[in-house]
Ligand binder design. Sequence first.
Ligand code: TXA
Ligand code: MG
Length: 341
Amino acid sequence: MTVVIPMRDGLDERRLRVAARFIREGELVAFPTETVYGLGGDALNRDAVLKIFKAKGRPADNPLIVHIADFEMLYELAREVPKEAELLAKRFWPGPLTLVLPKAEKVPKETTGGLDSVAVRMPSHEIALALIRESGRPIAAPSANISGKPSPTLAEHVIDDFYGRIACIVDGGETPIGVESTVIDLTSWPPVLLRPGGLPLEEIEKAVGEIEIHPAVRGKEVDLAKAPGMKYRHYSPSADVIVVEGKKERVHEKIRELVSSFRNEGKRVGVMATGGFYEADEFFDLGGSEEEVARNLFKALRELDKRGVDIIIAEGIEERGLGLAVMNRLRKAAGYRILRV
Ligand code: TXA
Ligand code: MG
């Protein structure tokens, strides 16, 4: 049985205690963060962590992010906190930034996928923070989707994937950012961007200088030992996805062309784009700004899939600000089927 706790109007301490008790008992609780919903369990409890991998169908060597509510927890989880890490944490936490640091003895290897490092983040969502505080545990939480599917930005998405299979889902409404946190590896120098996300790279570089970008971020085949999350197929709906990139007008024109040729082949075609007019079977408007596109991206992929299209044609956006994270997710969802015009 799954207990769904409604909390769309903001934090309700009394209801939250039910969810916190599940965490302490080693059960799984899906909860909203400012980025996407997380599938949480006690990060220091091996059995709870193993339940997360099992529920998601996640490969055991893909490590989890540990969520904390105060700096004390950081020093408990990390063996060493370099001063640049401290600077970034003080500047951007709570918020959509994850720091990879040398792990302390007490963090189980199950949590870190066998690595000697641990990924830590202090989320800013009030429900997430309250759940960590109330349970008194650091909470390991990957995105609350079945492995390989688009990440969840609504409780409905979590219900679709996990209802009946986890103890509890806290429904806090739509997650405001819509793409996962930015992951920075600080176990070596210079720091390396392992995953672009909700905190733009430009902001991080303003604080600590230049960051190296792991080549896999742009989809190259490389040594993935340090970035295990990047070798798996991700964010994929059941429909085929094609991304069209280039100047906006030309992209819209190309999408129209593709729509008509796929429809002539008898396919049901969905389009997700920043406006424009298309004679597609289904259309999802991604909005105008990078922020809106980020917020709508995963919802659009799931929604078009639900409407039963065979193929999704997606408009690419510029890789600045949140655009870097958007394009990283979109290209993966497309299995790198990219058309440049
Ligand atoms: O916004 C987020 O980060 C969301 C919410 C729930 O906080 N969580 C999330 O978790 O996206 P997940 O498991 O879907 O992605 C975690 C990413 C993966 O790419 C994983 O490989 C990487 O972080 N990661 C975790 N620990 C790591 C480590 N020790 N070294 C390198 N990468 C690590
Ligand atoms: Mg994920």
